[in-house]
Design a protein around this ligand. Structure first.
Ligand SMILES: [Zn+2]
Length: 103
């Protein structure tokens, strides 16, 4: 079941960098500059989509488009429900890795 809480944690808690790493060669080109994680904007093609570390959402400083994790998968051709299921799986793995690192 897709709840509002699940969507919020997928958008805000699964680091967007991890999502893009998982997309591998299907994902956009990335770079890390000035402490910010940036990637190639699927809209305009500029390497100016920048992840805001406070909310884990990306904003392109070239064309103004905003992206979250779900958007990134849907751009790859996934429908909404499969995209959420994949991200939920990645989020669970991320949380497990984080929890075992802390214990
Ligand atoms: Zn753009």
């Amino acid at each position: 079941m897709i709840t509002r809480d699940l969507l919020r944690s997928i958008r805000n808690e699964l680091p967007m960098k991890l999502t893009i790493v998982r997309l591998g060669r299907h994902g956009p080109i990335t770079k890390q500059t000035d402490g910010y994680f940036r990637f190639q904007c699927p809209g305009c093609g500029e390497l100016r989509a920048t992840v805001n570390p406070r909310n884990n959402l990306a904003h392109c400083f070239s064309c103004g488009q905003n992206y979250n994790n779900i958007d990134l998968l849907m751009i790859q051709g996934y429908d909404f429900v499969p995209a959420v299921e994949i991200l939920q799986h990645w989020l669970r793995q991320y949380q497990e890795d984080r929890d075992s690192a802390n214990s």
